[in-house]
Design a protein around this ligand. Structure first.
Ligand SMILES: Cc1cc2nc3c(=O)[nH]c(=O)nc-3n(C[C@H](O)[C@H](O)[C@H](O)COP(=O)(O)OP(=O)(O)OC[C@H]3O[C@@H](n4cnc5c(N)ncnc54)[C@H](O)[C@@H]3O)c2cc1C
Length: 248
C-alpha cells in the first residue's frame, strides 16, 4: 500500500453544476489530488483504478475503488474525479490538504496501453464514467499520440459535463472528436439528445468496425444498451472493453 497526502480537494471542478431548470444529477463531489509521501510515486496505466483509504485508524479502514483521472505519466501527482453518492464520496469536498491517504493498486485492464497497435479508439462515457477515459485522453495528448480518438459522452445536460473545458482543450492537442449526448438539451442545442443507443452509435462509429478498440464506462443501464448495440453493429467482441463502477 502506498502512502500519499492530499494536495487539494476541489468541489465542482470542471463541471458538475446542476442542470438549470432540470434538476439534473449535478453531484460531482470534487477532485481529490494526491502526492506521494516517502516514495517516488504511484505508477499506473491510464484507465486503471486503485483502492483508496483516507484517515486510517485502528478502528476504521474502509477502502473504495476509484479510477485515476490524471495522466498515466505523472506518478508524482494523482487525481481522482469523484461523484458524491454516499458516506465516503460526500466527504471528498471537505478533505483538507495534508490528509493522509493510502492507495492499493493499480488494478484493472481497462487501458489502451494493451492495444498499442490499434488504429484508434472509440471512447464511450456516461457521467462520472469519464474519469478513466479522461486519463486515457490526457496521457495520449502528452505523448503526442497521433491516432484518432472519438469520445461519445452522455450527460444529463450541458452544465453537467465533467471536464468539459479540459476536453475541449484536448481537441487542440489530439485528433479528437467529441459527441455529447444530452438527456435534457437546452434551447438551440443541435447535437445528439436522449440516450446513447444503437442509432447514435451507428451514426458515429467507423464503417470498418474492427479497426478500433472500444472503451465503455457509464451507468449500468447505458453499459448494457451500448454492449448490445455494439454487438448488433457487428463490432468484434474482442475489441470491446467495459469498466463497471457498479459493484452491486
Ligand atoms: C473499478 C471502479 C472504479 C471506480 N471509479 C470511480 C471514479 O473514478 N469516480 C467515482 O466517483 N466513483 C468511482 N467508482 C465508484 C465508487 O467506488 C463508489 O461510488 C464509492 O465507493 C461509494 O462509496 P460511498 O461510501 O460514498 O457510498 P456508499 O455509502 O457505500 O453507497 C451509497 C449508495 O451507492 C451504492 N453504491 C455503493 N458503491 C457503489 C458502486 N461502486 N457502484 C454503484 N453503487 C454503489 C450503495 O448501495 C448505496 O445505495 C468506481 C468503482 C469501481 C468498481
Amino acid at each position: 500500500m502506498r502512502e500519499c497526502a492530499a494536495d487539494v480537494s476541489q468541489s465542482e471542478r470542471a463541471g458538475g453544476a446542476r442542470c438549470r431548470g432540470h434538476g439534473g444529477a449535478g453531484d460531482f463531489g470534487g477532485t481529490l489530488a494526491l502526492r506521494p509521501l516517502g516514495h517516488e510515486g504511484f505508477k499506473f496505466q491510464p484507465g486503471q483504478f486503485a483502492w483508496l483509504t483516507l484517515n486510517i485508524t485502528p478502528l476504521s479502514m474502509r477502502e473504495h475503488p476509484f479510477s485515476m483521472s490524471s495522466s498515466g505519466d505523472r506518478a508524482d501527482r494523482l487525481e481522482f474525479g469523484i461523484k458524491a453518492i454516499g458516506d465516503f464520496t460526500s466527504q471528498i469536498k471537505d478533505v483538507q490538504p495534508g490528509t493522509r491517504a493510502y492507495l492499493d493498486g493499480p488494478y484493472g485492464v481497462f487501458t489502451t496501453e494493451r492495444y498499442w497497435d490499434s488504429a484508434g479508439f472509440m471512447l464511450i462515457a456516461g457521467g462520472v464514467g469519464i474519469t478513466p477515459i479522461f486519463s486515457i485522453l490526457l496521457t495520449a495528448s502528452e505523448r503526442n499520440d497521433e491516432r484518432p480518438f472519438l469520445l461519445i459522452y452522455a450527460a444529463s445536460c450541458w452544465e453537467d459535463i465533467t471536464y468539459r473545458e479540459e476536453l475541449e482543450a484536448l481537441k487542440e492537442a489530439l485528433d479528437l472528436d467529441i459527441v455529447y449526448v444530452l438527456r435534457k438539451a437546452h434551447d438551440g442545442w443541435e447535437g445528439e439528445t436522449g440516450y446513447v443507443d444503437k442509432a447514435v452509435l451507428e451514426r458515429h462509429i467507423p464503417r470498418h468496425r474492427g479497426s478500433r478498440h472500444y472503451f465503455v464506462c457509464a451507468a449500468p443501464v447505458i453499459m448494457r444498451a451500448v454492449e448490445l448495440a455494439l454487438f448488433e453493429l457487428e463490432v468484434p467482441i474482442t475489441n470491446v472493453h467495459m469498466e463497471h463502477f457498479d459493484l452491486a
